[in-house]
Design a protein around this ligand. Sequence first.
Ligand SMILES: NCc1[nH]cc(CCC(=O)O)c1CC(=O)O
Length: 312
Amino acid sequence: MSRIIKIGTRGSKLALWQAYHVEDLLAAADIKSEIVIIDTKGDQILDVSISKIGSKGVFTQELEDQLADGRIDIAVHSAKDMQSILPEGFEIIAFTQREQVNDVILSHKQGIDLSDSSKPLILGTSSTRRVATLKHFYPNVQTVEVRGNLQTRIRKMEEGLCDGLLLAYAGVHRMGYDQQVQSMLSLEEFTPAVGQGSVAIEVSTGLDSAMKNAIYSACNHTSTSQELRAERAYLRVLEGGCSIPVFALARENEGHLTLTGGIVSLDGSERISIEVQGKADEPEKLGGLLSEKVFAAGGKRILDEIKSNLGS
Ligand SMILES: NCc1[nH]cc(CCC(=O)O)c1CC(=O)O
């Protein structure tokens, strides 16, 4: 392809890592690209929690405006930050190979132990899923809201705001903070957010189809995209923005998908987690099946309670 693809990204270090990663994947397929940095409202408002700004598309809308105008050809996002239903006129054409999906505890202190209730432990996070999961399994742990990019969060922790941070390994690893990882949390307890660890490539549906195909071939990772399509189909039914503690993790193996997911009540008193199995080439069907089972097991009631609590 002779044309230079314009890659739109937010300007945070993690977003730039993702954009360079996509640039590398394109370059390996002989596709030239350049990076265009776009400032988003989500980056500017650092002192208000995401659930209060209104989570819908807070990090994605400005990039979509530029896609629609043709000022950029593709927008690169953390797959986890993508709404389950995109606005009319946009689509995701590729998911990159997933990083290890676990949540981790990052700290400058040694010996942090979630299950040791003999001394107080305060963890920083801004994720409702992580807060509710802690309340469920480790009610002894206190949490404090911490926002900003990873560098800012680490500084706040070191200044004494909290003993450790609860984060996605993917971002920690990509920013080079592996040495501060104190423990890798289990997937059974801290089942990740939908899409954690993968990068999504979004385009305007009007983009030239030859270009879409070339970008797809260069960047899409087949099993990751099957996994994420199953997880996202589940999320779509739950209408879960990032302010609702839902989780789902699919694993592809030899054409077979195992999808585990559920929901936690905000106070942690109830947690539903269910596993379903299906064919990897029918990911949406599996996501739909999981949503039915979770709803039937009480998930619908928990979801409605959360929504009325959040006033949405
Ligand atoms: N919600 C913010 C966000 N979006 C993507 C990542 C990490 C990288 C990823 O999962 O792709 C993070 C930070 C975190 O949850 O620790």
